[in-house]
Design a protein around this ligand. Structure first.
Ligand SMILES: C[S@@+](CC[C@H](N)C(=O)[O-])C[C@H]1O[C@@H](n2cnc3c(N)ncnc32)[C@H](O)[C@@H]1O
Length: 390
């Protein structure tokens, strides 16, 4: 176990050879390398016995954790995702088939199963919906099972600062509201969004846990997975004051448009359906809407052939929306090394062609925002405006 306050700013390079030995396919994790290094290093330094991961997607993050604890035979990772898709967690099955240190629960919200699993965790990683109140509810579901000194990592705490996701305040709301020791990861430049929050539970955390219930009174952008189970869980694990704040939050949420009574539906069914619709939407529309918005142009280009590009292609492939087409080209400065991605040709950027009227719609799919800004400046300098930064 480590004390977070003792960590030096370069801790994220701990046992870097082991980190590099994991051959993670591009796009397998929705975290960038630096964030994966933070998770890897915290695992190496803290040596947690039980780790809880909420939000798995393809399983790239799970693979990073399992790799980091591969020489700690007593350590185990428990991963939970409400999604119950074939692709949920598939990266672990591909890279580490039959890994005995991993238990995956699909199609479940943490409140539905943490009582039954009944473990105590030294490390919690939350990377789920990004829409309030989901992250806060995820933390409240895990908190009764966290050991004193447990470390909590919250991903995407700066997602709201990125142009495509400015409603996604849930991770930052949660990170701000927990009373704990927090690690200040210094940014490297003004364009550097530090997107991962690391904190350690201390003796004040339980004293001020009602702050989290206060935060639940901020507008909800997404219904809970299982309202009845959630209420049962809060009654069982939290005191009367927390329950008063929780009931108030539910009343606000219900009054504030998510009103099942108005629709004459059973409340649990309503929430369940709304959540499923929302979850699928969240997974798909972020990219499909962007693609549709550029559909009037003859050629659709993804600029950047890295992780985001792979991720977008995967979603477009799965989409059933008939307005959604696959891109015609991927532009990448390393095009000579990459011939195609998912069958889409990768070529070097062709700035001169952008001036052909109505020919090109471009989606910039590069994680480093300063690189996006450079490309944007180049576009604007030649008068090209049919682009979106994602
Ligand atoms: C951003 S992805 C996770 C990415 C993953 N951590 C990685 O490293 O690639 C978010 C995932 O959280 C899941 N999710 C959303 N709400 C959830 C909830 N209440 N409980 C568990 N998982 C949830 C979604 O189904 C989705 O697969």
């Amino acid at each position: 176990m480590i004390k977070l306050n003792d960590l030096k700013n370069d801790f994220e390079f701990t046992d870097i050879e082991l980190f590099r030995s994991l051959n993670l396919p591009t796009g397998a994790s929705l975290m960038i390398e630096r964030e994966r290094r933070v998770i890897h290093s915290i695992c190496r330094l803290h040596r947690p016995l039980r780790i809880l991961e909420i939000g798995v997607a393809y399983g790239g993050g799970s693979a990073v954790i399992l790799n980091a604890i591969s020489d700690m035979p007593n350590s185990k990772l428990i991963s939970i995702d409400v999604g119950d898709y074939e692709i949920t967690g598939h990266i672990v099955n591909e890279l580490m088939p039959g890994n005995k240190q991993w238990q995956l629960y699909k199609g479940k919200d943490p409140v539905e199963i943490l009582d039954d699993i009944n473990e105590n965790y030294d490390l919690l990683i939350i990377d789920s919906m990004h829409l309030h109140p989901v992250e806060t509810l995820n933390f409240l579901a895990a908190f009764p099972f966290l050991n004193r000194g447990a470390i909590v990592i919250i991903h995407d705490i700066s997602m709201h600062a990125q142009s495509f996701a400015n409603g996604n305040i849930a991770p930052q709301l949660l990170y701000s509201a927990i009373v704990a020791d927090k690690l200040l990861i210094k940014r490297k430049s003004r364009n550097d969004f530090v997107n991962i929050g690391v904190l350690q539970i201390n003796e004040d955390t339980p004293k001020y846990i009602s702050n989290l219930f206060q935060v639940l009174n901020v507008n909800w952008y997404c219904p809970p997975h299982n309202y009845f189970k959630l209420k049962e869980f809060v009654l069982k694990h939290y005191d009367e004051n927390c329950n008063i704040l929780f009931d108030m939050a539910i009343d606000y949420a219900v009054r504030n448009e998510l009103n099942p009574a108005c629709l004459g539906l059973d409340i649990a069914e309503f929430y369940k359906k709304a959540f499923r619709d929302f979850s699928i939407k969240w997974q798909n529309t972020l990219f499909t809407d962007t693609v549709s918005s550029l559909s009037s142009y003859k050629r659709l280009v993804l600029y950047g052939g890295g992780q985001f590009c792979h991720h977008i292609l995967m979603h477009l492939n799965l989409s059933t929306d008939k307005n959604v087409c696959m891109p015609d080209e991927i532009w990448d400065i390393n095009a000579t090394e990459i011939i195609n991605i998912n069958g889409v040709p990768v070529i070097t950027p062709k700035f001169d062609d952008l001036l052909i009227p109505n020919e090109y719609g471009v989606i910039i799919t590069i994680g480093d925002y300063s690189v996006c800004e450079d490309i944007e400046r180049k576009f604007l300098s030649i008068g090209f405006t049919n682009y979106v930064i994602i």
